[in-house]
Design a protein around this ligand. Structure first.
Ligand code: FAQ
Length: 285
């Protein structure tokens, strides 16, 4: 082990930060680009399922809140792309890898949002899962990623509360509204559990990422923490959570491109990218 490598290992062991100009193993750099890019793509593609309800929100207040939330997600994508760029990749390269399927985004955004209750359920469960997964990432070993996560987590907490508040309002409404909430929770619960990744025994990256201080907990630990955090909230809302037995083949199928909305999400993203060509051109002059 040479001096640079020893210095890297010692910094990680002290739970100190690695910064962009520090020496780092190529595998560490590659893992970070993969994880940060996947996270950035998730934020940007993740604007679509809720974004579909902006024009149909039931009141001006609900529309304002939803618009602000979806804009926050765009902002999260920008912080994360910027963090990834400090590792020597460009935004254009990352965009190309997303569109070619070489890089993925979270499986959860390949599910449809046919009901307005889904807006609340995404805030409550999807942002709730994101918080459980991401709060420990504020202490990740790579400085720019950890600092981006601090701000993102503050906004995700607000997103989670707005989702819970929306669902609570519907639960205090009519029988029909209560049924809409339960039906939405029934569809989103297991996909939300899948956001934490495959079970530890089938997770090829966890051990290495934990040794490097990129991840601070295993997938199953974080999933269990989410279930524990959510159960009393479900009780307060008056909804029943379906069981926790997940079909892991479904996660594999959805990640490899065969989910209910994969093609639609990528086509929409491509269209938005093409529509923005004039902005990129003007900005580069
Ligand atoms: N979907 O060995 P592991 C949000 C892939 S929150 C798709 O366990 P790792 C906020 C994994 O990448 C959502 N792919 O991998 C929001 C790996 O792929 P590869 C985004 C998945 O990295 C809310 C392979 O399977 N959050 O956007 C999934 O150690 C509302 C093997 O898995 C983050 O990205 C999945 N569910 O652990 C926005 C958080 N699970 O490249 C809008 C940061 C696994 O080796 C609205 N990321 N894979 O073929 C992480 O914490 C980790 O990357 C995990 C996966 C935990 C996701």
């Amino acid at each position: 082990m040479d001096d640079l490598e020893r210095q890297f290992e010692e910094t990680v062991a002290r739970h100190d930060r690695i910064e962009p100009r520090d020496w780092m193993p190529e595998g560490y750099r590659r893992t970070l680009v993969r994880q940060i890019a996947q996270h950035a793509h998730s934020e940007v593609i993740g604007m679509q399922p809720e974004g579909a309800w902006i024009t149909r929100a039931p009141s001006l207040r609900r529309k304002q809140v939803l618009l602000a939330k979806v804009q926050d997600e765009a902002g999260h994508g920008l912080y994360l792309y910027s963090a990834a760029e400090t590792l020597g990749v460009t935004r254009d390269e990352l965009e190309a890898r997303l569109m070619s399927g070489a890089q993925k985004y979270s499986s959860i955004f390949n599910y449809p949002t046919p009901s307005y209750a889904d807006v609340g359920t995404i805030g409550w469960l999807v942002d709730g899962a994101a918080i459980c997964n991401q709060v420990p990432l504020c202490r990740t070993s790579y400085g720019p990623y950890g600092r981006a996560m601090v701000r993102i987590c503050k906004e995700e907490s607000f997103h989670q509360r707005q989702g819970f508040e929306l669902l609570m309002t519907m639960m205090r409404g009519t029988d029909e509204q209560r049924a809409m909430v339960q039906e939405s929770v029934d569809r989103f619960w297991k996909p939300a559990l899948m956001m934490f990744g495959p079970p530890d025994a089938e997770s090829p990256n966890t051990a290495r990422s934990m040794a490097w201080g990129i991840k601070r907990h295993t997938n199953d630990e974080l999933r269990a923490r989410f279930v524990e955090m959510t159960a009393p909230q479900a009780e307060a809302l008056g909804v029943t959570l379906p069981g926790n037995d997940v079909d892991w083949d479904e996660l594999k199928r959805v990640v490899s491109g065969d989910g209910p909305c994969n093609a639609e999400r990528l086509a929409h993203r491509q269209q938005a990218h093409d529509d923005g060509a004039w902005v990129r051109e003007a900005a580069s002059r």
